[in-house]
Design a protein around this ligand. Structure first.
Ligand code: ATP
Ligand code: MG
Length: 431
């Protein structure tokens, strides 16, 4: 599931093409670039299909998150999207959740289309948990899934940032004591920081205190500074922490030890959140355990979400220029975009050779081998697609001794040999 990414792809074979114009109804920058680059295809407002280049980015984000969840002791599952109405009635959310899709079939049966999975995971756990012995002292009980979720979002105008069908990682943790929960929750803060750092937006992402209505120490969002964000946060640069606008009361500021005049207001995108569920979902399903004395207690829970599709859109919002996307190396669809210019037989042959050897040495390379395109068109496409390193083979580069390389975020390039290019790319993949 993880190492399913092939090293090379020829652009002459890739069925998607870039587009000069954004779809007329697409107002967000992330969707504009992702659709124009052929990463995704828009089906309707808030619903996108992933095409080869977009799927590669998504898989890389997914693999980073999966690695970090596994390291934190998470056990992965894949849960159903069709969810029994009775479960939703039990928690009261069949009536109270406004964005729940209710799907009926011709027999009159109605089910929920999963917007989240507490109503599924808790009843599953009830089959396996009944005693304190079902919890291990040295290992947390944390279960996660990465899958499509459905929500009747009315304001689906932000491209990948707010989907009606979108991809989320959700983890649920289960605890026998408040301390156990608190320890795990604190650990997850660091796990989340690591994930956003690895995805390439750590420098723009703040752990943000969020009350979730009533004051609780255990409700945090991870907010990435962006003008496209729907949220307003207040950042304390000194500590690197922030608070959500809704919680900006004197009482909260006092409790967090923050001074109002030092906070800077920013627009931000909520890329993830973690919070204390207490017994909100375990109680309705009576998920409980007996302690060593035989006394019964309700299990405590925490939950930890990240929107993968939103994360992909966020990266495009914050790491792009007017020409297109600038992918971080960790999630770029390919490490190198190899372009061959002109149609000279010898040059084409040389470019082919370079393409083959880069692949063989384990470098992920997209090869623009398309004929009948001007250098300008190829450069423009390369800027739009945003692969971190561009490598050009042309009659001139060969005359100068090799391949002209340039980073997507730099103005000037330089000529290197194939050996040097391989070394540069391999060094990066080791780091
Ligand atoms: P928001 O306030 O933005 O609606 P939420 O509080 O409803 O988010 P959760 O239900 O806690 O979000 O979901 C966890 C994570 O899933 C969010 O932090 C976000 O990254 C992502 N997410 C939530 N709703 C969407 C959506 N409609 N499209 C894409 N990602 C989403
Ligand atoms: Mg929401």
């Amino acid at each position: 599931m993880t190492k399913n990414i092939t090293n090379g792809m020829r652009q002459s074979i890739l069925f998607t093409k870039t587009r000069k114009e954004a779809p007329a109804d697409e107002v967000s920058k992330n969707a504009e670039f992702l659709v124009r680059g052929g990463f995704v295809h828009k089906e309707m407002a808030g619903v996108y299909s992933y095409l080869p280049l977009g799927l590669r980015v998504l898989k890389k984000i997914e693999n980073i998150i999966r690695e970090e969840m596994d390291k934190a002791g998470g056990q992965e599952v894949l849960l159903s999207s069709f969810q029994p109405k009775e479960n939703w009635e039990k928690t009261g959310r069949w009536e109270s959740m406004d964005d729940l899709y209710k799907v009926s079939d011709s027999s009159g049966r109605v089910v929920a289309l999963g917007p989240t999975h507490e109503e599924i995971i808790v009843p599953i756990l009830k089959n396996y948990i009944s005693s304190h012995k079902d919890f291990l002292a040295e290992k947390p009980l944390a279960i996660y899934q990465i899958q499509n979720k459905f929500r009747m979002e009315l304001r689906a105008k932000s491209g990948m940032l707010r989907g009606r069908e979108f991809i989320m990682k959700d983890m649920y943790s289960f605890h026998t004591s408040k301390e156990d929960f608190e320890n795990f929750y604190e650990k997850m803060k660091d796990v989340y920081k690591t994930i956003f750092k690895r995805v390439g937006i750590g420098h723009l992402t703040y752990l943000t205190f969020a009350s979730g209505g009533t004051f609780s120490k255990y409700s945090h969002e991870f907010q990435t500074i962006s003008s496209a964000g729907e949220d307003t946060i207040y950042v304390d640069e000194a500590s690197g922490n922030a608070l959500n606008k809704e919680v900006l009361t004197d009482e909260v500021l006092g409790q967090l030890g923050l001074a109002k005049e030092k906070l800077v207001e920013q627009k931000a995108i909520e890329v993830g959140n973690i919070f204390d569920l207490k017994t909100k979902y375990s109680k309705p399903f009576d998920l409980s355990f007996t302690d060593a004395k035989g006394e019964k207690h309700v299990v405590l829970m925490g939950c930890y979400g990240i929107g993968l599709s939103r994360l992909m859109g966020t990266v495009v919002e914050v790491l792009s220029d007017d020409k297109g996307i600038i992918w971080p190396e960790s999630i770029a669809p390919f490490a190198v975009h190899l372009l061959v210019l002109g149609e000279d037989e010898a040059v084409l042959k040389e470019a082919d050779k370079i393409y083959e050897s880069l692949q063989k040495s384990g470098v992920e390379v997209l090869f623009d081998d398309r004929l009948g395109m001007s250098p300008g068109e190829k450069f423009a496409d390369s800027d739009l697609l945003g692969i971190p390193m561009r490598a050009v083979v042309s009659p001139r580069s060969i005359k100068e001794g090799g391949i002209e390389i340039k980073k997507r975020n730099e103005e000037k390039g330089k000529v290197v040999s194939l050996d040097e290019l391989q070394k540069i790319c391999l060094k990066k993949s080791i780091n």
